[in-house]
Design a protein around this ligand. Structure first.
Ligand code: GLY
Ligand code: MN
Ligand code: MN
Length: 513
């Protein structure tokens, strides 16, 4: 349910250099070009105090993660770009968000610099990490006042190499110094291809030259090692370290406050013709105040919109008598996100059929949670939830077969009312570890430190003739964030009301204030 990023459109020929002129603004630029102006604006600035911070709490965790990657790729140079700004339209970009693998291995989150590159250089006994990034330009350059994309006058000062080295406890170098490593890339260089397409193109071009010279029949499309790196970096995140668990707890706590904010605004939300937008806005305010952003586009779905799984248009009204399905998560500054859904009655009381459906979904969620412990298979969680969904939908007379028959692999009639999965890993990405092998993910075995969602739902489309009219237009999902512990599991989001009675009391208490 994440938003789709557009393809990168920046200049592939000179990927580590800033654009020479701001995009599409040259014709309307009024920046003076006279020597007198340049000299004047380049002088008269106070010295900047250079304060080198102590390493942030995540630095030692990131170092341990890099050590594990090092063991997997002995003797190979590993290139892990942060990615770059992605164009939204004309001269506006989306807010920068580094690739999750880069954030994981550096500890650099919402404050990371676009275009940066982490390199793990092989040594006799492992790898040496260096972070290349564009440090702030001096006031003697024109970048700082004349470049709206990256200039200090426009977006604020970038940190110095020494500041970031201290902050992340990681050696740093100027971005331009990474160029030779890219241009001389050979078979011993492995790159995380998806992070920065321009850098990947550059590495591919260098490899092509080498292969033409030395290895003519090698297939340029063959990047097995690169793919292995992407897979291994994804798998490395399957088990969260203590820092990550702490950040996920913080993300869930902020998300809980965001849900409270929404309920407190219900009177205005109901009064507005686009009440769903007000829900989205109230939650987004909390996400920006406490964290970096939302971890994915908020789903604020009232009434039958709840049956549209990725309803992010959020432009409908919120009407008393409806249920609202709110699926939202705060992404904290380290970029870990919560992913929580609650479904609540707008007027504080579930209708009879709404409550029936709600309690079936809650029963499915609780049945799934009850089996979570180290050693079970990830896919068993889904099976436990589906057993309840099949049983209840059969009981209500919705299925043309028995619950047992529906659960057979070749049938699955109950899935008409819940076409999505029950669980996905959660972390830096809302759908975390997506490139992990099936053996370690869906068919994998749970281990302490894994964090994932449990999110069963039931969705009865307004025009579904297989269900009695009273079910039509009801959509319910309950989504919690679960940590596997040594002895079982912890529901990280249990403080957000879950039972029908508690949800009703929650809505009444907050919306009446
Ligand atoms: N909000 C995305 C999901 O639940 O997977
Ligand atoms: Mn989810
Ligand atoms: Mn969700």
């Amino acid at each position: 349910m994440e938003s789709q990023a557009p393809s990168d459109t920046t200049d592939a020929a000179v990927p580590t250099e800033p654009a020479e002129a701001p995009r599409a603004t040259a014709n309307r630029s009024t920046t003076p070009g006279s020597e007198a102006f340049r000299a004047y604006i380049g002088s008269g600035w106070a010295e900047r105090p250079e304060v080198t911070p102590a390493p942030r709490a995540q630095a030692s965790f990131a170092a341990a993660r890099r050590a594990r990657v090092s063991e997997l790729f002995p003797g190979k140079r590993l290139i892990i770009p942060a990615g770059r700004l992605k164009q939204r339209s004309n001269d506006t970009d989306y807010p920068f968000r580094p690739h999750s693998a880069f954030a994981h291995l550096t500890g650099w989150g919402s404050d990371s610099e676009p275009g940066s590159v982490l390199v793990l250089e092989p040594t006799a006994d492992g790898h040496e990490a260096t972070l290349y990034f564009r440090e702030r330009a001096g006031r003697d350059s024109d970048e700082f006042y004349a470049n709206p994309e990256i200039g200090e006058f426009w977006i604020g000062a970038r940190p110095s190499l020494a500041q970031v080295a201290g902050d992340l406890d990681l050696p740093t170098r100027a971005l331009a110094e990474v160029d030779p490593l890219l241009d001389e890339a050979d078979g011993e260089t492995i790159i995380l291809r998806e992070a920065d397409p321009a850098i990947t193109d550059r590495v591919d071009a260098a490899r092509m030259v080498l292969w033409d010279d030395t290895d003519g029949d090698r297939d340029p499309e063959d990047h097995e090692d690169d793919d292995r790196l992407a897979r291994d970096l994804s798998e490395l995140r399957l088990i969260k370290d203590d820092f990550e668990v702490g950040e996920l707890r913080a993300a869930v706590a902020a998300t809980a406050r965001g849900f409270d904010d929404v309920l407190a605004d219900l009177p205005q939300i109901v009064a507005n013709a686009r009440g769903e937008r007000l829900i989205e806005g109230a939650f987004y305010t909390r996400a920006r105040v406490e964290g970096n952003a939302v971890g994915y586009d908020t789903i604020a779905a009232s009434g039958p919109h709840a049956c549209i799984l990725h309803w992010t248009r959020n432009d409908g009204p919120v009407v008393p008598g409806d249920l609202v399905l709110l699926d939202a998560g705060v992404e904290v500054d380290s970029l870990y996100t919560a992913d929580i859904t609650r479904t609540f009655p707008v007027d504080g009381t579930f209708g009879e059929t709404q409550r029936l459906v709600y309690e079936a979904v809650l029963e499915a969620a609780d049945a799934a949670f009850a089996i979570v412990r180290p050693g079970i298979r990830f896919r068993e969680i889904h099976a436990a939830a589906m057993a309840v969904i099949a049983r209840r939908t059969a009981e209500w007379g919705l299925l043309p077969v028995t619950a047992e028959e529906a659960l057979e692999a070749e049938n699955q009639h109950h899935r008409r009312y819940m076409v999505h999965g029950t669980s996905h890993h959660l972390g830096l990405d809302v759908h975390d570890c997506a490139q992990a092998r099936r053996d370690l993910y869906l068919d994998g075995t749970l281990e302490p430190g894994m964090v994932f969602t449990i999110e069963p739902g039931l969705y009865f489309q307004p025009d579904d003739l297989t269900v009695p009219e009273r079910f039509r237009g009801i959509g319910v999902r309950i989504e919690d964030n679960i940590l596997v512990t040594a002895g079982g599991a912890e529901n990280l989001s249990t403080a957000i009301p879950r039972t029908a009675d508690d949800v009703e009391a929650w809505v009444r208490r907050l919306s009446a204030r």
